[in-house]
Design a binder for this molecule. Structure first.
Ligand code: SF4
Length: 350
C-alpha cells in the first residue's frame, strides 16, 4: 500500500463510520460548517489542496460522478421542494438517454444516479432504461418517494441486478405530518411499499441494493424525528436526517434565515464562501439534455455548462464552461460568479 492511499483509506473508513449514525453526521456537519473553523488558515489550506488534487484528477482524465434526470416530472408536491410552487415536467428521450449511457460507459463511468429532481418511477420506460444501463455494464442508484414501488416492479428490478443503492425520501412519520409535507401521497401506502420491498430484498438471493431512508428536517416533522429514526434504523442500512436548503432562494416560502433546530444546509452570512467541489466532481444532465455541475439551481436552471443535444459529455466536462468555473473556484473567486456567488451552500470536500 502506498503512503498516498493510507490517509485516503482512513478518511473513507471514518466517513463510513460517521455515515451510520444520523447524530454523528449532524455533528460532523456542524463542525465542518463552523465559521470559526472555516476562517482558519489550516481549513483554507485544506480546501485549496483538495481543489488542486481534484484539478489534477480532471487533467489526468478521471470521469466525474454522473446524474441523469430520466424524468423531471414528480407525483408529489413536497412543501420543501420547488415542485410545490412551480410546474416542472419533462422526460428524457430514449435516444438521448441511450447515447449518454453509451458515452458514459466508454468514458469509464461505472455507476450512474438515475434521478435528479423528479420521481423516476413515473416514467413508463423506467425498466427499459435500467436494462439499458445494465447492458452497458454499469450499475445504478436513484432517489424515490416509493409511492409507485409495487412488489412486481421491485421484484423485476431485483431480478435485473445492477441496482446498488436507493434513497427513499420519506419526510414524516405520522400520517398527518407525512401527508401535510408530501401531498398528495398516502403515508400508509408508501410505508407499506417500502416494507414489502425490504421483505423482497431479504428473500432475494442475488446482489441487493443498499437502502437509505431520508427525511428533511422541517418545522412540521422535527418533533417526530426521534420516532422516525427508531422506526427505520433496524429496517434499513442508513437513516439520513437531512438539512433543508433554499434552492438558491428559488423556493419562495423557505425562510433562509431561520434554521430548524440549528439545521439549514445554507450558510449564514458570517461564513466565508469556499471553493465548491461540484465543478470537478459532478455532472447533472437534466431531462432536456442541458448540463449543470450541481442541483442547487434546480428550478430556474441557469447554471448551465453545456448541452448534450449538441456536445458529448467529455466535451462539456473538459470544455470552456466547466474550465472557467473550476478556475474561479480554484482561485477562491467564487464570489465573482453570478450563481455560485449567490449560492449559500458550502459542500464539503471530505
Ligand atoms: S457553489 Fe453552489 S451553485 Fe456553484 S457549483 Fe457549488 S453548489 Fe452549485
Amino acid at each position: 500500500m502506498s503512503g498516498a492511499t493510507v490517509p485516503g483509506t482512513l478518511l473513507s473508513r471514518a466517513r463510513r463510520l460517521v455515515a451510520r449514525s444520523p447524530a454523528a453526521v449532524a455533528l460532523a456537519k456542524r463542525v465542518y460548517r463552523s465559521p470559526r473553523l472555516q476562517q482558519t488558515a489550516a481549513f483554507r489550506r485544506f480546501v485549496r489542496s483538495r481543489a488542486a488534487g481534484a484539478e489534477a484528477a480532471v487533467q489526468a482524465g478521471a470521469p466525474p460522478q454522473l446524474w441523469l434526470e430520466t424524468v423531471l416530472t414528480c407525483n408529489a408536491r413536497c412543501s420543501m421542494c420547488v415542485h410545490s410552487e412551480r410546474k416542472m415536467v419533462g422526460v428524457m428521450s430514449m435516444d438521448l438517454f441511450r447515447r449518454l449511457v453509451d458515452e458514459a460507459s466508454a468514458w469509464g463511468v461505472d455507476s450512474v444516479c438515475l434521478s435528479i429532481y423528479g420521481e423516476p418511477m413515473v416514467d413508463k420506460r423506467w425498466l427499459e432504461r435500467l436494462q439499458y444501463v445494465c447492458m452497458a455494464g454499469m450499475t445504478y442508484s436513484f432517489f424515490s418517494n416509493a409511492s409507485i414501488l409495487t412488489p412486481e416492479l421491485a421484484a423485476a428490478m431485483l431480478e435485473l441486478g445492477g441496482w446498488t443503492e436507493v434513497n427513499f425520501s420519506v419526510n414524516g412519520f405520522s400520517k398527518p405530518v407525512y401527508e401535510a409535507v408530501m401531498p398528495p401521497l398516502s403515508r400508509d401506502r408508501v410505508y407499506a411499499n417500502i416494507e414489502r420491498f425490504l421483505e423482497l430484498r431479504r428473500a432475494h438471493e442475488g446482489e441487493v441494493p443498499r437502502v437509505t431512508v431520508s427525511c428533511v428536517t422541517l418545522a412540521e416533522n422535527v418533533h417526530e424525528l426521534p420516532e422516525f429514526v427508531r422506526f427505520w434504523r433496524p429496517r434499513v442500512d442508513r437513516v439520513s436526517i437531512a438539512d433543508r436548503t433554499d434552492w438558491l432562494g428559488e423556493l419562495r416560502k423557505t425562510d433562509r434565515a431561520v434554521p430548524v433546530r440549528g439545521r439549514l444546509r445554507v450558510m449564514d452570512d458570517s461564513q466565508p464562501q469556499t471553493p465548491c467541489p461540484a465543478p470537478w466532481r459532478k455532472m447533472y444532465v437534466y431531462a432536456d439534455g442541458r448540463v449543470s455541475p450541481c442541483c442547487e439551481d434546480a428550478a430556474l436552471r441557469q447554471l448551465i455548462l453545456g448541452d448534450t443535444n449538441v456536445q458529448t459529455l467529455r466535451q462539456i466536462y473538459h470544455g470552456p464552461g466547466y474550465a472557467a468555473l473550476r478556475a474561479l473556484h480554484l482561485h477562491d473567486r467564487r464570489g465573482d460568479h453570478r450563481i455560485c456567488g449567490a449560492c449559500r451552500v458550502n459542500p464539503p470536500w471530505i
